[in-house]
Design a protein around this ligand. Structure first.
Ligand SMILES: [Zn+2]
Length: 144
C-alpha cells in the first residue's frame, strides 16, 4: 500500500491479474513502454511481470512494467533479459550480454502537490488561548 495514494501496490503471488488501481498507478509511473528508447504509450502497452508470475514473480509494483507488444514478445522469445530493481528501475541485458543503464521514467508516480500557493496558514504559536482557571475566592477562603 502506498501511503500517499492509498493504492495497493502489491497483491503478491496470490493473484496474477493486476488490479485496476495498480494498473493506473503503473501507467502514471511508466508513461511509455519500458524498453530503452521506446516511446509507445503505456496505455497501449501490456503490463509485464518482470519475473514471470509462474516462476514466483509477484504481482507487485516492483515486478511489473509496461512493455509494448513488440518488446513484450522480444523479452519472452529472444535472449534479451530484464531485471527490475526497487523503485521500478529496469536493467536490460542484450543477447550479447551488454547491460543497459538502468532506465527509469523521469515522471514520478507521486501526485503533484495540490494548490501550492494556497497553503493552510499556520496556527499562531506561543499564544495560548486556554481559559484562565483561578480558584474562586470563596472556595480558597473556606479551606481554612
Ligand atoms: Zn516498446
Amino acid at each position: 500500500m502506498n501511503g500517499r495514494t492509498g493504492v495497493v501496490l502489491s497483491v503478491g503471488n496470490e493473484q496474477y491479474a493486476v488490479p485496476a488501481d495498480l494498473r493506473r498507478w503503473l501507467r502514471l509511473r511508466d508513461g511509455t513502454c519500458r524498453f530503452p528508447g521506446c516511446t509507445r504509450p503505456a496505455a497501449r502497452s501490456d503490463i509485464d511481470h518482470t519475473k514471470a508470475w509462474e516462476h514466483g514473480g509477484p504481482t507487485d509494483h516492483d515486478n511489473l512494467a509496461h512493455l509494448c507488444r513488440m518488446h513484450h514478445r522480444l523479452k519472452h522469445h529472444t535472449l534479451w533479459a530484464v531485471e527490475q530493481e526497487p523503485g521500478g528501475v529496469l536493467v536490460w541485458t542484450s543477447p550479447a550480454g551488454q547491460t543497459t543503464a538502468p532506465t527509469r521514467r523521469p515522471t514520478s508516480a507521486r501526485p503533484p502537490p495540490r494548490h501550492p500557493n494556497h497553503r493552510k496558514p499556520r496556527p499562531p504559536s506561543g499564544r495560548a488561548t486556554r481559559p484562565k482557571t483561578r480558584p474562586s475566592r470563596s472556595l480558597a477562603g473556606s479551606a481554612i
